[in-house]
Structure formats: C-alpha cells, structure tokens
Write a protein that binds this ligand. Structure first.
Ligand SMILES: N[C@@H](CCC(=O)N[C@@H](CS)C(=O)NCC(=O)O)C(=O)O
Length: 212
C-alpha cells in the first residue's frame, strides 16, 4: 500500500487527492494525517522528506516522492484510466504545464499571504507583502478570465486541476477577495470544475491540528 502524507487543509494535498480520484487510484493509497508547519516542522518527518512538506507519497517498494506536481505525474504514470493529466502532444503539454504552474503559483502567493497575516507579529508585518500578493492575485485572475474560453476548449488535464484547486482555495481562505466579481467566464468555468466528483469528494476542512 502507498502512504500519502495528507491534510484536509492543504491545497497541494488537494491537488493530489483530486488526481487520485480522477485516475481511479483511491484503493492504492492510505492517507495519514501529517502536520505541516513551516515554523515548526515535525522533526521525525525529515527522514521521509527532508523538506518536511506535504503531500509526500511513500510508495510501496520504492523511494518516497514529494511535490504535488511530481505526485500528479506518478498518478498519470500509474493509471491508464481517467483523463490524461500530462498530455502527449507537445503544444498541449506545454499549455497544461504552464497552467499547472499558474495554479501552483497562486497557491504559493496564498501561502506567503497567510504566513505574513497569521505567523508574523502585527507590528512586524510588512504592508508590501499584502500589496504584492493582492496585485498578483488580481493579475492571475484577470489573465484567467481572459483565457477562460481557452481553458474550456481543452480536455481536462493537470492545468485545469491546479487552477481549479487554486480557485477553491481562494474560496476557503480568501473569501474577502470575491474573485468571481467581474469575472463571469472564469466563474462559469469553475462551476463546471467544482461539480466534478473528484472535487466534490475532496473538500477543504479545518480539522484539529495533530500534535507532533
Ligand atoms: N511545492 C510543494 C509545496 C508543498 C507545501 O508547501 N505544502 C505545505 C502544506 S500546504 C507544507 O508542507 N508546509 C510545511 C513547510 O513549508 O514546512 C508542492 O507542490 O507539493
């Protein structure tokens, strides 16, 4: 059995869980709730992943792998069923990879914002971080609105998965952003994404944090 270090709070983990559902691999993994905290990394986790980040996949009979995009590749290589997450056609593949990186980049922006907002004392917070993150979110969302038809025209792949999860994460942690305002094309595209069984089965949740 493969063991996935997991949390219902993590958007990177959610990317992987959506992929596992899409590729019909649910029966081949067991999830283990693992603490992930950039300020207090669980020391005993270093032996499995020296970065102590989730998602990390301990493969049955093979070395552990980490990083959500890498685990998406594992899912695609492990199963022929479901959508092809990393298309073979070169141009389509580049589009999928670029969209995948955009969604992941939005998550990284969100993480930077959460760290500044919740992990730094109020008198040490830097207003520039808030400004830059807001500007990046705005630019990414406007780009996606302008590209909503292009997204909808392509078969579902890792790019859609990553962007779709990033938008779900904005709803989960940054509702005040109201990202749908003035972006009807993107909102309609995301309604279709959110209705996928893989997305409905993997909702975010603030569960009690495990102790180290
Ligand atoms: N590039 C990684 C990022 C993973 C990541 O940052 N996960 C967070 C949880 S949402 C984490 O493990 N944070 C703990 C840390 O940074 O030490 C991926 O795509 O999987």
């Amino acid at each position: 059995m493969n063991i996935l270090h997991w949390s219902p709070r993590s958007p990177y983990v959610r990317k992987v869980m959506v992929a596992i559902h899409e590729k019909g691999l649910l029966d081949s993994i067991e999830t283990v709730r693992t603490l992930a905290d950039p300020m207090f990394p669980p020391r005993d986790f270093f032996a499995t992943n020296p970065l102590a980040k989730i998602p990390t996949l301990e493969r049955d009979g093979a070395s552990p792998i980490w990083d959500s995009r890498v685990i998406l590749e594992w899912a695609d290589l492990s199963s022929e069923s479901g959508p092809r997450l990393f298309p073979v056609d070169p141009e389509t593949r580049l589009q999928a990879l670029t969209d995948e990186a955009l969604g992941t980049g939005m998550l990284e922006t969100g993480m930077a914002l959460l760290i500044e907002r919740h992990m730094r004392a109020a008198d040490r917070q830097d207003a520039r971080v808030f400004d830059v993150c807001a500007a990046k979110f705005g630019a990414c969302l406007d780009y996606l609105e302008a590209n909503a038809a292009r997204l909808a025209a392509r078969d579902f792949d890792a790019g859609h998965l990553s962007i779709g999860v990033a938008l779900c994460y904005l709803d989960f942690r940054f509702g005040d952003l109201q990202w749908r305002e003035g972006r009807p094309g993107l909102a309609a595209w995301h309604d279709g994404f959110a209705a996928r069984p893989s997305v409905l089965a993997t909702t975010f949740r603030d569960d009690p944090r495990p102790t180290e």
